[in-house]
Write a protein that binds this ligand. Structure first.
Ligand SMILES: O=C(O)CCC(=O)C(=O)O
Ligand SMILES: [Fe+3]
Length: 669
């Protein structure tokens, strides 16, 4: 980086242009703009860090403010520092710093490495395979739950001409590698190497922490709009406390591996424990003692460590210094000071503080907050314990049927998977029906079996989701999706796009519109699977953005997936790449007016033994979706959701087992 090295364009504008070019399939332009956006973003971070560090010193903030007329002096420095920051950033960026303030959404995209997803497609199209793989890998590291990217990665791995070295993380945080290598070596008792790696990691962690903290001094987050405008000191205090909390949070930030949700506990102290032991093992008592002393700054009454200190004292002699590392001392002191201020503010001005450190001394937490602190911990603990839906619902009693996964395990709400709803032979019989339906010869026993299977599912779903309230059939059909023969490697598409069953999904607006042509009266959906001898075709749930996959279900004979039909459960099906996937799709409603007329008729007819019309409520759908579109050459991977969002919105309302299909299917019987 060189100051004054030309103008930096705001990353959000570059990103928007890049995505536009992407949708226009202008790959060279898309790749260039996306790369420039990523560069601009990282340069902005570099400039912010650099300026914050420099202006801290320049405006005399290194030392304490002087005593006389402290207010004018204090604000004098504040103003100097603000001026310094604005000027420094403006110079480094070559433009007005406020131009570089992107919306929260865009910032999140960059934090989630979203641009790399577009970039990898553009690079793939440009046949820059190695670069495409690095971009894809970089995205995947931060988004391992992204199933489409997982498939893309597998595809890249199989592709001839892709080098192993290309699978690299372009935004790697170096210390994780050092830390993990260090721990590995520690575990195989190679303490010398372990110490080298762990020292390297610790140094990098502390640097990363400073980087993170520097970024806390950004513009104030809003969310105070409705409140009265605070006065000068209230405003300063509120913003300052926000900065302090952000800085404190950095410990968790650096201790959280990309894509992980939770941080490694006590990341910095645990470096010291490992180092202490490693140095001890290689006979370097002085360094071992230094690490022990440093660790004791976090946990001053740790008996084991105190024991060790005694031992070192004896071994090294009275004269040995045995003090903690200076950088760790500074770190702990600074952190304690920040915590004190934050706790003071929380006690007297309100607000909350989730202390990231388990080592905070008890006496630092104000008495009135201790109780709350404990309650919070307890609440969190209970939340983690997962009060299963079953417990709230009372016991679930169906002979032989088990709840394989509940909402919690499926990462969402109102979702469930049951197993063993059908036996293997029941599945076989119904599958034969699907086949026969094509030729128009349907066996009465099979048809009854189909009705029974769907009625059994209805009872199960009713007793699970709406006990005491009657759940009516809204629509039922038997659906098979078949893959074409031949090359399927490049298949990245979906057999059924992401949709919700009772509303029109609008991923961009993060909305789901309950309006026609959606089947608004559908309240619950069920899918009873009949086979698993096919490739692909897994059902998956996403968040309302239609992009973030939250759970996936592999179909299998007798497995019943059920969920509420609304915005909380967008779902889709991956392409069936081999074989034929059959399922009974079932929709239920709480409103009797919308109960499936035909089903009731079918049941009546069944009772009367009328063979001709018995299946009139059932739609046998073959070759539906896009399963026939597989080409011979690998198709480009597509960022899921986004690239399809327009067609998705169009399809989502009309794709979920719609009546026109039903009429057509009836002709087939
Ligand atoms: O077959 C499946 O797994 C899901 C089908 C579905 O979501 C639908 O038809 O609305
Ligand atoms: Fe559906």
């Amino acid at each position: 980086f060189s100051p004054g090295s030309g103008r930096l364009l705001p990353y959000d504008l570059l990103y928007a242009d890049g995505v536009r070019a992407y949708f226009a399939r202008d790959w060279p332009r898309a790749a260039e703009l996306l790369q420039r956006a990523l560069h601009s973003y990282s340069q902005l971070l570099v400039a912010r860090r650099g300026c914050q560090g420099r202006c801290r010193e320049e405006a005399g903030f290194a030392g304490p403010p002087a005593a006389p007329s402290w207010e004018t002096r204090f604000f004098d420095r504040i103003l100097q520092r603000a001026e310094c920051l604005g000027e420094c950033l403006g110079r480094r960026l070559g433009s007005e710093p406020s131009l570089h303030r992107a919306s929260r959404e865009i910032q999140e995209d960059f934090e989630q490495r979203e641009p790399y997803n577009y970039l990898q497609v553009a690079l793939f199209q440009l046949k820059k395979l190695d670069e495409a793989v690095s971009a894809a890998h970089t995205f995947f590291v931060a988004n391992p739950q992204h199933l489409q990217m997982r498939e893309d990665m597998e595809k890249y791995q199989r592709m001839a001409g892709v080098k192993l070295e290309s699978f690299r993380d372009l935004q790697a945080t170096l210390y994780w590698e050092a830390y993990e290598t260090g721990v590995q070596q520690y575990n195989v008792e190679d303490y010398l190497q372990a110490a080298v790696k762990l020292e390297e990691s610790l140094e990098e962690v502390l640097l990363a922490l400073e980087d993170c903290r520097a970024l806390c001094e950004g513009p104030q987050e809003d969310g105070t709009e409705e409140e009265m405008q605070p006065g000068l000191y209230e405003a300063i205090a509120a913003h300052y406390i926000q900065v302090l909390k952000c800085r404190q949070h950095c410990v968790l930030e650096v201790a959280t591996k990309p894509a992980r949700v939770s941080a490694t506990d006590d990341f910095i102290p645990s470096h010291l424990v490992l180092l202490q032991f490693a140095y001890d093992q290689v006979g370097n008592q002085a360094l071992a003692a230094e690490c022990a002393a440093s660790y004791l700054l976090f946990y001053p009454s740790d008996e084991l460590m105190l024991e060790k200190m005694k031992k070192y004292q004896a071994e090294l002699g009275e004269g040995a210094s045995m003090t903690a590392r200076e950088n760790i001392q500074r770190y702990v002191q600074r952190s304690l000071m920040e915590k004190k201020l934050i706790y003071y503010a929380v006690e007297h001005l309100g607000g909350t503080f989730n202390d990231p450190d388990p080592w905070t001394p008890d006496e630092l937490i104000p008495g009135s907050l201790k109780q709350k602190h404990r309650e919070n911990r307890e609440k969190q603990r209970l939340e983690n314990l997962d009060v299963g839906e079953q417990e709230q619902r009372g016991p679930f009693t169906f002979e032989g049927i088990t709840v394989a996964m509940d909402s919690h395990q499926l990462n969402g709400s109102q979702r469930v998977v049951f197993d063993r709803v059908l036996t293997d032979s029941e599945c076989k019989d119904i599958l034969r029906l699907a086949k026969l339906a094509q030729d128009g010869t349907v066996n009465w026993r099979d048809a009854t079996l189909l009705l029974h299977a769907s009625e059994k599912s209805r009872k199960i779903v009713e007793s699970y989701f709406t006990p005491g309230k009657r759940l009516h059939f809204s629509f039922t059909h038997l659906v098979c999706r078949t893959a074409v023969e031949g090359e399927q490697d490049g298949r990245m598409d979906l057999s059924h796009p992401v949709h919700a069953d009772n509303c029109l999904l609008d991923p961009e607006g993060k909305e789901c519109w309950r309006e026609p042509p959606a089947y608004m009266y559908r309240d619950f959906s069920g899918i009873l699977y009949l086979n698993d001898d096919f490739h692909g075709g897994d059902l998956f749930f996403t968040e309302v953005d239609a992009v973030t996959v939250t759970a996936q279900v592999r179909p299998k004979c007798g497995k019943l997936v059920a969920f509420s039909s609304g915005r909380e459960n967008p779902h889709g099906i991956w392409a069936v790449t081999h074989g034929r996937r059959c399922a009974i799709a079932l929709w239920y409603t709480l409103s009797p007016e919308h109960a499936e007329q035909e089903r009731m008729e079918a049941e009546d007819l069944m009772r009367q033994g009328d063979m001709e019309q018995e299946l009139s409520h059932t739609d046998v759908k073959e070759h539906m979706g896009t399963d026939h579109s597989g080409g011979a050459s690998p198709e480009p991977p597509v960022p899921k959701g986004r690239a399809r969002s327009t067609s998705q919105r169009r399809m989502s309302g009309s794709e979920s087992g719609q009546q026109p299909q039903k009429l057509r299917a009836r002709d087939e019987f």
